[in-house]
Design a protein around this ligand. Sequence first.
Ligand code: SAJ
Length: 430
Amino acid sequence: MTICVHGIGYIGLATAALFANNGHEVVGYDPDAEKIERLRQRDPRTEERELREYVVAALDRGFVPSDEPREADYHLICVPTPYDPTSGSADLRYVEQAGRTVAERLRPGDTVILESTVPPGTTATVLGPLLEESGLRAGEEFHLAHCPETVLPGNIVHELRHNDRIVGGVDDDSTEAARALFGPVTEGAVRRAPDATTAEFVKLVQNAYRDVNIGFANELARVARGFDIDVRDAIGLANYHPRVDILRPGPGVGGHCLPIDPLFLDDGPVKTDLIAAARRVNDGMSRFVVELLKEELGTLDGRTVAVLGVAYKGNVDDTRNSPGLRLLRELRQPSTTDPQAAITATDGGHAVVDTRLHDPHVEDEDLDLLSLEAALHGADAAVVATDHDEFADIDPETARDLMAGHLVVDAKAVLDDEAWADAGFRYVRV
Ligand code: SAJ
């Protein structure tokens, strides 16, 4: 088959590599000429070694990165769908752009598959009409389906090959055309949804489920502190029940999926209640950590806090909606509504607390990231906000000698609590 992948961010890139490595003729189109050039130079720019190697193998097998879209039997749309806080709904401009691009090249019999995460109804009512500007009818002269991606950042290649896929078309032939493409390259099952809108809904449900489950754990963390109970001990014991499986609490839920996708469910006429509450609980965890610091330190005025970890989760370099940065905002300018201003405000003008940042995986000139030693030096408290493997290896005695105070808040439970207590720390975990 000839395939044109539209948008080669980490999902599009991995998807293009999957098909090229399975013998298809694949062009990966992205308007970002610099990204294309880097790929041509065999530099996929990702921290995931397995994905890098997978993409390089695909390039060896003829995968063509291009800043020009091409005609193809299959068009796979893998563009970003950010949340627009002003309108309170998904910003579909990239999907729309891709739709117009495909429409100009669409031929009778071609198949268009949307992989981007979108509010229910987008494939049929937003993308479909744009594609029909080609003069061809969806479900009659070309196939149109949704097949959501479900890969976990950090383990993309494995999940891309092994996870089940959901496919839902605007008609049965479209579903079948999508199934025919994904079936042979997927170790998991390819499951037919009744239609494209159900497939879109299922993707949102999966991420909302995880967000609500973590929200439950986070609520338990707040309640348990009131009883002076270690919530992780309690959750561990509760999970021995055969029908209980509670996730882990922490400083909040980050990334570009869990904090965003549940909001897309609110695009319909009925608004979420439980799901929206879980979002509020999860967003409130940075405030919870600040209150905890305040209680433990007596006051935050004039205190120095080292925040360890600004990636949204362990062992990745992505800082989107990062709990560590949210915590930083709360510490620096509790009342700000402009997150970027708070993150970059290092002059201390409005600062309540002096903050230091360290993250071994992230490179970002705007963030004023320090080495571990410089971040800990003179700090009254350290907060572990991300579960990077490196943090488990921090030597508590070295930390004690560097720091002015001896409070450590382990919001991801990655440190050896006894070793830190033995080194003279007040160890508190979320
Ligand atoms: N987190 C917790 N407690 C937990 C698990 C996670 O606080 O027990 C936090 C993480 O630290 C992180 C956030 O949740 O801040 C999200 O991390 P994650 O690993 O749960 O998920 P993502 O955002 O990296 O990827 C999710 C995955 N969705 C599901 O597992 C249902 C992935 O499979 C999706 O493909 C991805 O979203 C996506 O692209 O939608």
